[in-house]
Design a protein around this ligand. Sequence first.
Ligand code: ATP
Ligand code: MG
Length: 425
Amino acid sequence: MAKQIQAIRGMNDCLPDQTPVWQMVETTLRRVVASYGYSEIRMPVVEMTHLFQRAIGEVTDVVEKEMYTFNDRNGDSLTLRPEGTAGCVRACIEHGLVYNQERRLWYIGPMFRHERPQKGRYRQFHQFGVEVFGLSGPDIDAELIMLTARLWRELGIEQYATLQLNTLGSSEERAAYRDALVTFLEQHKESLDEESQRRMYSNPLRVLDTKNPQVQDILTNAPKLSDYFGEATKAHFDGLKVLLDAADIAYEVNERLVRGLDYYNYTVFEWVTDSLGAQGTICGGGRYDGLVEQLGGQATPAIGFAMGLERLTLMLETLEKVNNLPSAVDVYICMAGEGTLAAGLMLAEKLRSDRPQLRVMTHCGGGNFKKQMKRADKMQASVALILGETEVAEQKVTVKFLRDQGEQQTVNTSELVTLLDKLGE
Ligand code: ATP
Ligand code: MG
């Protein structure tokens, strides 16, 4: 036998028994964003490498060590998108979508990061994201958070997700703070780990994000970003908190929350859960007022978030919120005998035309009725329709109920739809 070829590590197949959960999540996501009047945008999966270097920042985990970058046959450096915001902003500028106008957009699709695969962390994963342009908040900041909170409610997981909130202030405030932080870090250079030492000049705010407890200890005495905030930053943050209070959305202000990508300013937030172990962030976002201009557009305020769908579906499964997913088939058509094949296939076609919602599967491949009924059962159909030679000759069909809905009966094919409608009630 030839050697099997396997999928790439960290890139998963989504198998037929898992797709119903994904479909349920996707349907809910689409319904919720539609209820806010947002429009879908679809971007390519591959972009110029420059785009991510410039948007996400050179000194970030993503750009430093996680990107799938390759030269194409023309010698251009391309990258599989590690996130959606950069491509979305690029598309909006390129097509004039955000020039002097407001846009509320969403997208869904695969993202790629070369990370160590583990539960909740993969190399191809899927994000659902929202990006809003042309609004400077805090009203829209609150709307985005309310939208995410509604999603948790609709998925039945609202008790398991908590909101962490912070503000990063304006870029001027961060620049002033950055200097003070570097001075502090220099005084403790000996006790910092290698990564923090490397980052203290290139991207000192990211040192705050460290997972090393020893460095975290040192940082308790570091100057605070909030000491550098002016009136505008405070008013924006207070305004957001007032709106969240009014919407009855609980939050925890976490001054350590800086987010992994460079482009954020003012509002940043994460929804976290403790039902997933270490990979507990299911959604992260924030304001990025500088990015459109940085990528060559006209200065445009913007805010967005992205959520990881593997973590979300994992959470739904862990919390057993996905028990009653429907089977794929309602009606299974069994047929045996002279002339029954054509009659069965035609009956299925007629049912599909008359009742487009009905999921009708025909038995293929022959065999006796016993074998066919076993298949019907396996497909978890709720009704089996039996067509033998007698039924076909008399233009009838035998209806067998597979979920205790009643006694088997034989009806005229013309009455079948009415009978099935009654079952659906
Ligand atoms: P983490 O701290 O877990 O690495 P991140 O800050 O890198 O997350 P973002 O770039 O903010 O993540 O992406 C938004 C969301 O996408 C995350 O909150 C998470 O739910 C999901 N996500 C990010 N990276 C992965 C991955 N490698 N596998 C699965 N989901 C991911
Ligand atoms: Mg990450």
